[in-house]
Design a protein around this ligand. Structure first.
Ligand code: PLP
Length: 367
């Protein structure tokens, strides 16, 4: 019999899947055009609106992981020659810049060191110095490669003041900290299921404001991707129910349950749990004499980057955590490779018992 070991997933994602979600995954299939399934899709859309904090009608789950959400946003909104200001302070900002340039955009990067947020002043400068109108400003809300919690409201205001759309990557933030799409003036936002939603990887929730929808409607060029073309996909999620591609039915079951779990706990309680346990973990690490990579004001609760002490073999500690304690954490990426550990407390993994287990295991391994 095929078997995988039991792990405690405390890395940068995936997180532990909630037992209710695991159960939902074993629900027998119905057809993807079955009325019962279409009703479930409506439920998913309504639950996503609650969790995103939006009234946007164009809210749905794309088939694919978080990167599919990223591609969906850029291929639908960006046309060749469009200028896009992108905050690049980690791996996922870099990925957005790559995706936007593949759409033919003129990318104007606004950078910050890996571990610091993007400054609104730097965004403003880029908007003012651009050679012409800027189509969109994009930032990563929770930069999983660094642990930075990016403030959104000021950058959103600046984008709108310059007539640009505001795009936000909420892959690691959705369901962990408030995203508040409407309050923060976000025009297009995408996420993934495997982080704070405690659902396996495989769907990418997205939401588009009426302004963003208008930008899609008034495109001069055809959307280059067939699979991610929202003008067709929204006809499957909308009234028309036109077949586009076969929906990953079991994943929709899983997402529906994952979102319901959040709503049952209460979103405010969910955010409080992440904040409290994240801060406890961070305090415990500092008590051990370790240095956190991100300044307190910008530290995500659900993803903590902690610097590897001098003389310690970063990968060996991670391997021992996995082999001896069954705990998965992440290593550094890009500029932070070999320099930090990334410790997640996302969704169902965000529990006090995991904070205690991980900190005592790490203490033992570093002794
Ligand atoms: N954006 C952020 C902030 C992420 O953390 C990730 C994945 O870790 C992605 C995008 C890409 O998502 P995926 O790996 O699910 O394609």
């Amino acid at each position: 019999m095929w078997q995988v070991p039991t792990r405690v997933l405390m890395g940068p994602g995936p997180s532990d899947v909630h037992p209710r979600v695991l159960k939902a995954l074993s629900t027998p299939l119905v057809g993807h055009l079955d009325p019962a399934f279409l009703a479930l899709m409506n439920e998913v859309r309504d639950l996503l609106k609650q969790v995103f904090g939006t009234k946007n009608e164009l809210t749905l789950a794309m088939s694919g992981t978080g990167s599919a959400g990223m591609e969906t946003v850029f291929v639908n909104l960006i046309e060749p020659g469009d200028r896009v200001v992108i905050g690049v302070n980690g791996l996922f900002g870099q990925r957005m810049a790559d995706v936007a340039s593949r759409c033919g955009a003129e990318v104007i990067p606004v950078t910050a060191p890996w571990g610091e947020p993007i400054a609104p002043e730097a965004v403003e400068k880029a908007l003012k110095q651009a050679d012409g109108p800027v189509k969109a400003v994009a930032v990563v809300h929770a930069e999983t490669s660094t642990g930075v919690w990016q403030p959104l409201a000021d950058i959103g205001r600046l984008a709108h003041a310059h007539g640009a759309l505001f795009i936000v990557d909420a892959v690691t933030s959705l369901g962990g900290v408030p995203v508040e799409v409407d309050k923060n003036g976000i025009d297009a936002c995408y996420s993934g299921t495997q982080k704070c939603l405690s659902v396996p990887p495989g769907l990418a929730p997205v939401t588009f404001s009426p302004r963003a929808q208008e930008a899609i409607r008034t495109r001069k060029t055809k959307i280059q991707s067939w699979y991610f073309d929202l003008s067709m996909i929204q006809q499957y999620w909308g009234e028309e129910r036109f077949y586009h591609h076969t929906a990953p039915i079991s994943m929709i079951y899983a997402l529906r349950e994952g979102l319901q779990v959040l709503v049952d706990e209460g979103l405010e309680n969910v955010y409080r749990r992440h904040l409290e346990l994240g801060r406890r973990l961070q305090a415990a690490l500092e008590d051990m004499g370790l240095v956190l990579h991100v300044a307190e004001a910008y530290r995500l609760p659900q993803l903590t980057t902690v610097r590897v002490p001098e003389g310690v073999d970063e990968a060996a500690i991670r391997r021992r955590l996995l082999e001896e304690f069954g705990i998965e954490i992440g290593g550094g990426l890009g500029e932070l490779k070999g320099k930090v550990w990334r410790v997640g407390l996302m969704g169902y993994s965000c529990q006090m018992k995991n904070v205690v287990l991980f900190t005592s295991a790490l203490r033992q391994l570093l002794a």
